[in-house]
Design a binder for this molecule. Structure first.
Ligand code: ZN
Length: 113
């Protein structure tokens, strides 16, 4: 399950930031996930709870914010919404799309003490 390694990656980031930003407990994590990041949010929440046990983020709340996918259409010459990697343009049906966002996963905000 790759959500487990993602959750472990998040803990690593939290622990590294704890050193530089001087906090000892993480209470809430806001995580942005694009629709093309291929992450099961339910599985991730479950893994997050498991890997945070006896870490500085034990009992922390994980808030997942689903961001929107967007691509640039070479035919329409504008950005259009996409929900899957191989979507065609919703306006002209072209497959000449370049993804501009939707694959990212990042920690947007933390509540710490
Ligand atoms: Zn188009």
């Amino acid at each position: 399950m790759h959500e487990m390694s993602i959750a472990e990656g998040i803990i690593q980031v939290l622990e590294e930031q704890a050193k530089t930003q001087n906090y000892s407990r993480v209470k809430t994590v806001w995580l942005e996930i694009g629709p093309l990041a291929m992450i099961e949010t339910e599985a991730l929440s479950f893994c997050f709870e498991a890997v945070t046990r006896s870490t500085l983020a034990e009992g922390a709340t994980l808030n997942i914010i689903n961001t929107k996918g967007e691509a640039f259409c070479m035919q329409c010459l504008k950005n259009v919404p996409v929900t899957q990697r191989f979507d065609s343009c919703p306006e002209c049906g072209s497959h000449q799309l370049q993804l501009t966002s939707g694959e990212e996963m990042r920690i947007k905000e933390l509540e710490v003490e």
